[in-house]
Design a protein around this ligand. Structure first.
Ligand code: DGL
Length: 281
């Protein structure tokens, strides 16, 4: 039984080799989802894609960004033949998840969208803030989530121009501008009729890397919702439902890899990817 399993990858053609989980973000944010996914799917191989050539996504016009993501996936799905793709980026998911599913029917996509439903269920004060990129904040998708799940809450959308970039610097160089973090999160904190904001949704996958600094610079304690684990769980359950479970042979001999679309990852980025157990492709 064990022998048959070990021999299986070699005996198959390229089309039948173990298929990886593809994790996609504009930069390093998707690593917050990758670390959860690894815990839940230890036998899976991962391909991490950072579209750093286009970072930050938050500043892009919608049609151009949607087109870019669709074109990238046309290539990525052929090149890596993933079993599933996780769009570990709110800015990309709220814009393109439906277009991706339409363009590539049959391929499973897991999106990352602002965790407004759990926040609405959990808040006691009824005052919730969604901290995201300017792109995610202006999406119709985000407004629809609020209309559907949080009608009884007061939800404030806070678009941050700087936090994703600050998280990139922190993870590469170990430096955080705390005054900038404080200024970026300040609009999340509301006081109304004696009640205060008690939940902040981290609606950009970069932000959990800065959550300790956010806690430190926040005017009062709140719950910070990071959806990474829920996203990883969804991916794992879709793979199991699809009959593609976590058998030992799934990983194969290939290492997990990271691909930067610029093709020009600097030393600090390479070191960071290495720290996450990813070999630069
Ligand atoms: N990590 C991305 C997200 O979840 C956004 C970062 C960017 O602006 O590119 O929204």
């Amino acid at each position: 039984m064990t022998e048959a399993r070990t021999a299986r990858p070699e005996s198959k053609g390229r089309d039948q080799l173990p298929r990886p989980v593809l994790m996609f973000d504009s930069g390093i944010g998707g690593l917050t989802v990758l670390r959860e996914a690894r815990v839940l799917m230890p036998n899976r191989r991962f391909v991490y894609i950072a579209d750093d050539a286009a970072f930050p996504y938050g500043a892009w016009e919608e049609p151009a960004l949607r087109e870019r993501i669709l074109a990238l996936f046309d290539d990525l799905l052929q090149r890596y033949r993933p079993a599933i793709s996780v769009i570990a980026c709110n800015t990309a998911s709220t814009l393109a998840i439906e277009a991706l599913r339409e363009a590539f029917p049959g391929h499973p996509f897991v999106g990352t969208v602002p965790a407004i439903k759990p926040a609405a269920e959990r808040t006691r004060s009824g005052l919730v803030s969604v901290l995201a990129t300017p792109g995610t904040v202006k999406r119709q998708y985000t407004k629809d989530l609020i209309g559907k799940w949080a009608q009884k809450c007061h939800v404030r959308l806070v678009g941050s121009d700087r936090l994703a970039g600050l998280a990139e610097i922190y993870m590469r160089d170990g430096f955080v501008d705390e005054a900038a973090v404080r200024a970026e999160i300040a609009p999340c904190f509301m006081e109304k009729d004696g009640a205060r904001t008690d939940i902040v949704v981290l609606a950009c996958t970069h932000y959990p890397f800065l959550v300790n600094r956010m806690r430190k610079t926040a005017p009062w304690p709140v719950d910070w919702i990071d959806p990474a684990e829920a996203i990883a769980r969804r991916a794992a359950s879709l793979l199991t439902e699809g009959g593609d479970g976590d058998e030992e042979h799934l990983r194969g001999a290939e290492p997990d890899i990271a691909v930067f679309t610029s093709g020009r990852a600097d030393f600090a980025s390479r070191r960071l990817m290495q720290g996450f157990g990813l070999v630069m492709a």
